[in-house]
Design a binder for this molecule. Structure first.
Ligand SMILES: C[C@H](O)[C@H](O)[C@H]1CNC2=NC(N)=NC(=O)C2=N1
Length: 115
């Protein structure tokens, strides 16, 4: 029996093993930095701030990211006030940045451009 919540496997009687997150290598970290994601102090995480024309644009962006996060089963830490969205990415399962953060960051940057 496979119990899913969104894209996340919560419990499974199958020998289903979601691919473990892989710690992000220096190349991936360089890619994040090059696309404007800043290191968070005292934590293996990155953050980026976004500003949109109004709340509706900001929330539309957040909706797209939220749906992707559910499919990926990898979720951002974020803050929103009116047209501003501040996002922090890290992989809680490994206590630091992983390949999943880079993948989600690329999606986030692309989604922000589309608003
Ligand atoms: C049970 C579920 O698969 C895990 O808790 C997922 C959910 N979303 C997640 N999001 C993030 N950012 N890191 C994780 O380790 C993580 N793990």
């Amino acid at each position: 029996m496979l119990i899913l919540r969104g894209g996340c496997v919560i419990r499974s009687s199958l020998r289903y093993k979601r691919m473990a997150a892989v710690a992000l290598d220096s190349t991936g970290r360089d890619q994040l930095e090059a696309s404007g994601w800043a290191k968070v102090e005292n934590r293996d995480a990155v953050e980026k701030k976004f500003a949109f024309s109004d709340f509706s644009e900001a929330f539309g962006f957040m909706t797209r990211v939220a749906l992707k996060a559910e499919v990926m089963c990898h979720h951002p830490e974020w803050f929103n006030v009116y047209n501003r969205v501040e996002i922090t990415l890290s992989t809680h399962d490994i206590g630091g940045l992983s390949d999943r953060d880079l993948k989600l960051a690329k999606f986030i940057d692309d989604a922000a451009k589309k608003e």
